[in-house]
Each structure stands twice: as structure tokens, then as C-alpha cells.
Design a protein. Structure first.
Length: 532
């Protein structure tokens, strides 16, 4: 097919559905002379999930356009990014990534012989590359390095040098892989502009950059490898896929931040060229769409019900996942999966591997803060409790099909007007309890300072946060929350004792920040306060 396409047709295929292209004239110029050479890199940390089909569908586009494509398994980058995994696990994870990404590409019909797979440490430990790292480090300021990695490298108050090196190494990869363009998400834009600025200073060519939009996850916000409920794993069973899709935010007529619709746009249409809606004949019967805009328009006009959209995506997704599931049923790949991603519950605290399994460096697993299911919420309604003057009765959207009922004693501290439509933090896995006859299904988390008078402020998630986004403690991102905290073991009470507000008004647990993917949790004024 690629040989039959004109340079203009190749360019259109290469750039369709991208959010931004830096250096598009250079891409067009190369296509007039020869095939474009592109690379995409992935740091081998958390398990790849179904959101990886988004870059894979673009890689399929590149190959259809005749591009020479390199996939980089960035093991050294993964280690430099705040050591998200120890070296011995990273070696196993490189093997897992290679097997699972090959299985994904086979599932979508991409011939592997047209691809080159390479591991970062195969070339990044060479004498020449190492000298270039030192040359680059003599040019790049701390400010530029930190700014470049702001949306990609894990941000902490006292960053390690490794995280500052990360963006420069990613820039050098373009030269050492001998490519014309690098492909990645728009969250990598600052790294790409750093590469454009500094590679010419080393005497190397400036490359073009192809950027995918940040696509919301199927179950709500951006999918995260560290948040079990925010992602659908490539090896999830059909039952798990159904259960997780059921929880997906998919409000009738609402096309904004709709992860289910985005999956149709960025994965199913590019791969299949069409999308089938399965529905009961009394609601119009099955319909095949050949243009995503028609799907979007029909959903906006409520001619497609969210339930029918989810069910149809479920069918299409399971078709993509089934070959991957089958491949990973082999004893060798099961063994590899278990070794690369050991079950935290089977790793004893303090024993070998405890740092990785617990996600926090050897603290007692029973007290790991990842056991708390803290989410961003939005208060959709608030009124006085009918039987208690000191209590509010709130309905809070926490990313589930229905808002949760929450009872909180804030009447003396926060006005109704200040709570209405406010973004808040909600602890969602406490055992529900009745408060003056009404069951409270979660706890609204606040900062407080005791004294005369007592002062209380709801915690603030970062601006732009969406209901349902998980809040995690820095260094404990890989842990899984309990379905329900056991009140007899007082897990919440023990963990809550170490939740504090810093002198910068940042929420912390044992001096580690509470974070979402957009940044840190704060309060407005209560420095040094408690969190409850």
C-alpha cells in the first residue's frame, strides 16, 4: 500500500489524529526523497494497558505510510525516573514489554518484520553516548532540565540528578537511533523542544516531533499503570473488562472527556475503518458507522445510549484482547508476568523485594497508604441534614455512575455556597455508617487546626482534576487500595495519624506528598494542620 501512496497521502496518514507536529516541513521534505524514519519509546515500568492501543494504532499508520519504525524499550530511562523499579525487575519488565507489545501489534495486524525493537541499554552505555551525556550536561541548565521533564518525570520536592538527566537522554536517543522524527504524547512536548534546542549545539540535526493528544482512559481520566481501577489491563478477563467499562464515565449526550468515545476515535476507527453499534431493534437496531463524527453527533443527540456504546466497545475491545490473552496463557509467559510484576500481597514486608511490592521502601505493608481509596470528588449538591443542625448532606460525584451520599460536620466551618460544585477529596473505602439516620458512604477529607476557634478547610485537588481520579502518596504509587477498610484493624486511624499539612500548605503522609497525575494536594491556609 505504501508504495502506491503519494508523499502527500503519506503525510496525511502519518499526521492524522495527531494534536501537533513540530517540524512538519522537514517531514514533507523527507517524504519527497525517501521513507520517514520514526521512533517511539516507552519506559518499562508499570504494565502496559489498553490505552497503549492509542500509540499502537498510530504506529500502524506509520507502517502503512511506509515509515521505518523503531520501538525503544527504555529501561535506563525507567530507572532514572525516580527509580520506579529496581534494576533486577526492570530487566524482566523489558522482556514482558517486548512480548506484550509484539502481541498487541499482531492483534491489530501489524507485520513485525517491518519494525525494529531495541533496548535502551544496548546503546546508551556506549563510550560515545556517555561522552555525549556529559557534553549535554555542560550545556543544559537545571531549570531547563526540570522544566522539560515536568509532565513526564516524577516530580518531587528534592529531585535526584537522575530525573534531571532523563530529558537529555531522550533527546540524544534521536541521534543514536538515526531517526527523522520522534513520536509521543503531547505531554512530552517540553522534552521535544529541549531536543530541538540542544541537539544542534552538539552538532546533530534537529528532528521533527509527532504528538498524540492525551486521550482520557476508558474508565475516566488518563489511564495510569499505578491505579488498578483506572485501567483495563491487556490480560484482563472478559468479566473484568465488562465490570470496568460499567464504571466508565459516559454521561448521555456528553462528548467531553469521554474515554469510551475517545477509544472509538483513536483506536477502533484507525484500525478498522468503521464501528458497529449493537442495540435492540426497538431502539433502531444495529448500525455500522464509517465516520467517527457521525458516532459523536449521534451520541451528542442521544441517539446512541451510553449502555449501547459501552457494550459495543466491549465487543470490539475483547476482539483485540483475545489473541493477547491466548498468547499469555503459555507457562513461559505466565512465569514471566509473575516474575516481572510480583503480587504485593505475597511479598512480606521487610523481606526481599519489599520496597518494590509495597511501593514505599520497606514500611509495614499493613500501614501502606496505598490501601486508602482517596479520590477527587465534585460536590453536586449540598443541603442541611434534616435531623442535625451541625451536619451537611452532600451528593458527591467520585467517578461512579451515581454520586455518593456523604454526611459531614462542616456547617460551623464552611458555607453551603462554598461547598456547592467544589472539587474535594473523598475517602471512598471506609465502611458506610449512619449519621442521624442517613448512611454516609464516604468521608470528605479536610485540613483542621484545633484551638479557639477551631478552623477547618476542605482539601483542594489540583486545578483541572476530574471526579474519580485516584490520589496517591509519593513513593506508594504501585499499591492497591482495599475494597473496604477493616474497622476492627483501625487501618484508617493508624494511617490518618501521619497525615499532615506542611508549612507550604501541602498535604503529606510522613513527609511524602499526596498527589494526583496533575500535581499535589493542598489546602488554602492551615499550615501545620491535621487531615481528617
Amino acid at each position: 500500500m505504501a508504495g502506491q501512496l503519494s508523499p502527500e497521502e503519506k503525510f496525511n496518514l502519518i499526521t492524522r489524529n495527531l494534536q501537533e507536529v513540530l517540524g512538519e516541513e522537514k517531514v514533507k521534505q523527507v517524504l519527497q526523497e525517501r521513507e520517514l524514519k520514526v521512533y517511539w519509546g516507552t519506559a518499562t515500568t508499570g504494565k502496559p494497558h489498553v490505552a497503549y492501543f492509542v500509540p499502537m494504532s498510530k504506529i500502524a499508520d506509520f507502517l502503512r505510510a511506509g515509515c521505518e519504525v523503531t520501538i525503544l524499550f527504555a529501561d535506563l530511562h525507567a530507572y532514572l525516573d525516580n527509580m520506579k523499579a529496581p534494576w533486577e525487575l526492570l530487566e524482566l519488565r523489558v522482556k514482558y514489554y517486548e512480548q506484550v507489545i509484539k502481541a498487541m501489534l499482531e492483534s491489530i495486524g501489524v507485520p513485525l518484520e517491518k519494525l525494529r525493537f531495541i533496548k535502551g541499554t544496548d546503546f546508551q552505555l556506549s563510550r560515545e553516548y556517555t561522552l555525549d551525556v556529559y557534553r549535554l550536561s555542560s550545556m543544559v541548565t537545571e531549570h531547563d532540565a526540570k522544566k522539560a521533564g515536568a509532565e513526564v518525570v516524577k516530580q518531587v520536592e528534592h529531585p535526584l540528578l537522575s530525573g534531571l538527566l532523563y530529558p537529555g537522554l531522550q533527546a540524544l536517543d534521536e541521534e543514536y537511533l538515526k531517526v527523522d522524527a520522534q513520536f509521543g504524547g503531547v505531554d512530552q512536548r517540553k522534552i521535544f523542544t529541549l531536543a530541538e534546542k540542544y541537539l544542534p549545539s552538539l552538532g546533530y540535526a534537529k528532528r521533527s516531533h509527532l504528538m498524540n493528544p492525551m486521550v482520557p482512559g476508558l474508565t475516566g481520566a488518563k489511564m495510569s499503570s499505578s491505579e488498578e481501577e483506572s485501567k483495563i489491563d491487556l490480560l484482563d478477563s472478559k468479566e473484568d473488562v465488562k465490570k470496568k467499562l460499567k464504571k466508565a464515565f459516559c454521561e448521555p449526550g456528553n462528548t467531553d472527556n469521554n474515554g469510551v468515545l475517545s477509544f472509538v476515535k483513536y483506536v477502533l476507527f484507525p484500525l478498522q475503518g468503521e464501528f458497529s453499534i449493537k442495540r435492540d431493534p426497538k431502539w433502531g437496531g444495529d448500525k455500522v458507522y464509517t465516520d467517527f463524527k457521525e458516532v459523536e453527533d449521534d451520541f451528542r443527540g442521544e441517539m446512541i445510549h451510553p449502555g449501547d456504546l459501552k457494550a459495543s466497545v466491549e465487543v470490539a475491545l475483547n476482539q483485540l484482547l483475545e489473541p493477547i490473552r491466548k498468547k499469555f496463557q503459555s507457562p513461559e509467559l505466565r512465569k514471566l508476568t509473575n516474575a516481572a510484576y510480583p503480587d504485593p500481597s505475597k511479598t512480606k514486608a521487610g523481606g526481599k523485594g519489599a520496597k518494590t511490592a509495597g511501593g514505599g521502601g520497606g514500611d509495614d505493608d499493613e500501614l501502606a497508604p496505598s490501601r486508602l481509596d482517596i479520590r477527587v470528588g465534585k460536590i453536586v449538591s449540598v443541603e442541611k441534614h434534616p435531623d442535625a443542625d451541625s451536619l451537611y448532606l452532600e451528593k458527591i460525584d467520585v467517578g461512579e455512575p451515581e454520586p455518593r451520599t456523604v454526611v459531614s460536620g462542616l456547617v460551623a466551618y464552611v458555607s453551603q455556597e462554598d461547598l456547592q460544585d467544589r472539587a474535594v477529596l473523598v475517602l471512598c473505602n471506609l465502611k458506610p455508617q449512619k449519621m442521624r439516620g442517613i448512611e454516609s458512604q464516604a468521608m470528605l477529607l479536610c485540613a483542621s487546626i484545633e484551638g479557639e476557634p477551631r478552623r477547618v478547610e476542605p482539601l483542594d485537588p489540583p486545578e483541572g482534576s476530574s471526579p474519580g481520579e485516584r490520589v496517591l502518596v509519593e513513593g506508594y504509587e504501585s499499591g492497591k487500595a482495599d475494597e473496604k477498610l477493616n474497622p476492627k484493624k483501625k487501618v484508617w486511624e493508624k494511617l490518618q495519624a501521619d497525615l499532615k499539612i506542611s508549612d507550604e500548605c501541602v498535604a503529606q503522609w510522613k513527609d511524602r506528598k499526596l498527589l494526583t497525575k496533575l500535581g499535589q494536594i493542598t489546602c488554602k491556609t492551615l499550615k501545620g494542620g491535621n487531615i481528617s
